[in-house]
Write a protein that binds this ligand. Structure first.
Ligand SMILES: O=C1CCN([C@@H]2O[C@H](COP(=O)(O)O)[C@@H](O)[C@H]2O)C(=O)N1
Length: 345
């Protein structure tokens, strides 16, 4: 790929990213720091999310043994909204937003993250996300369901007990709205879904592929912004999690868990990231353009303690990266597929 400054187009959002590979001519080793890596207990009596404990709002958790979902006690969206008087001025537009936020704990274990769970346990998490999406889409006025996981304190996680969140709301948020427009345009121009053409091309080109199985591929996208950003995409135009078959859920669990294992093996720490699934809008329309996919946005750059910040030029102009997506993919492909703690045990 090009070893001089160039910009790359993101067809899902219509944005560009600046790539400056010449800045990393020196061999890139990536440091493994022997961090203390605080070990968490399997159960924490002070944890709001652990089974049987009382949450901050006073509700007691059941003694759950599998996945546990509950309405967020401090929800950013609520089902009842106020009304905003019509504002005629075009520069001061506001709209009331209704919604529901839920927390989905992966398991009763306070210490086990996705890479440390079994494939079956991860499949149960995905099945729970699917059931929750179906349930939330039945609620009047819900147009979009965002499933996401913030992993690691560096991502602003307020509670270390491994969990995810689901925010369902009345409007389509910025990023999915951009992707809806771009996928629709691509289908109308090329008569095929954008991400199906993309994944087929990447399987031929190979240099940015990280993992692939029968139903999904994990790729460092050509337009990746974060150093080790990964896109997991389906191999068919499945619009949302509830449309996945049982076999596809197992495949998705395998690739999600395997990617998370390699992420942890990169610097031999619990690798932080924000990840989320982009599902088609809940508008009762067919979405032949939409291919279910997940974005992984990890901040770490070259060690457990060196992270990338999107500041300065990147806030004011455009995102920029030194290490190329091809180099990141090569690093991830070269890592063991067994979790470093398992080999240490
Ligand atoms: O008792 C509690 C503690 C945390 N929570 C909710 O759990 C969520 C934890 O997610 P984060 O760690 O990603 O912030 C957070 O949104 C917080 O509001 C409860 O709903 N009840």
């Amino acid at each position: 790929m090009y070893d001089f400054p160039h910009r790359r187009f993101n067809p899902l959002t219509g944005d560009w990213v600046l790539v400056s590979p010449q800045r990393t001519r020196r061999p890139w080793k990536g440091r493994i720091e022997k961090t203390s890596g605080e070990s968490l207990p399997a159960f924490d009596p002070t944890c709001y999310l652990c089974p049987g404990n009382t949450r901050a709002g006073g509700v007691q958790n059941p003694s759950y043994t599998g996945v546990f979902a509950f309405d967020n006690d401090f929800s950013a969206l609520v089902p009842k909204t106020g009304s905003i008087p019509g504002e005629s001025h075009p520069l001061f537009q506001a709209q009331a937003e209704l919604g529901i936020c839920r927390v989905v704990c992966f398991s009763p274990r306070h210490d086990l993250t996705i890479p440390q769970l079994s494939v079956e346990q991860v499949a149960q998490v995905i099945a729970a996300w699917s059931e929750q999406t179906t349930d939330l889409c039945r609620m009047p006025g819900i147009r979009h369901v965002q499933v996401f996981e913030n992993k690691g304190a560096i991502m602003g996680c307020s509670n270390p007990h491994p969990h995810s969140q689901i925010w369902a709301q009345g409007s389509i948020p910025n990023e999915p709205a951009k992707e809806l427009g771009e996928q629709r345009d691509y289908l109308s121009r090329h008569d095929r879904p954008l991400l199906l053409d993309y994944v087929q091309e990447e399987q031929q080109r190979k240099e940015r592929m990280v993992l692939s199985n029968e139903h999904f591929s994990a790729i460092v996208p050509f337009w990746a912004v974060w150093p080790f950003e990964v896109l997991i995409t389906a191999h068919r135009p499945v619009p949302d999690l509830p449309s996945l078959t049982g076999e596809e859920i197992i495949s998705l669990a395998e690739i999600y868990r395997q990617l998370a294992i390699r992420y942890d093996n990169l610097f031999e720490i619990s690798f932080p990231y924000s990840m989320g699934f982009h599902q088609a809008p809940n508008d009762g329309q067919p979405h032949p353009e939409w291919v279910l996919h997940a974005h992984f946005y990890p901040p770490l750059l070259r060690s457990a303690s060196i992270r990338k910040f999107m500041v300065g030029y990147e806030m004011l102009a455009m995102p920029q990266r030194d290490i190329t997506p091809e180099t990141s993919a090569e690093r991830l492909r070269s890592l063991p597929d067994v979790h470093y703690q398992q080999t240490a045990d």
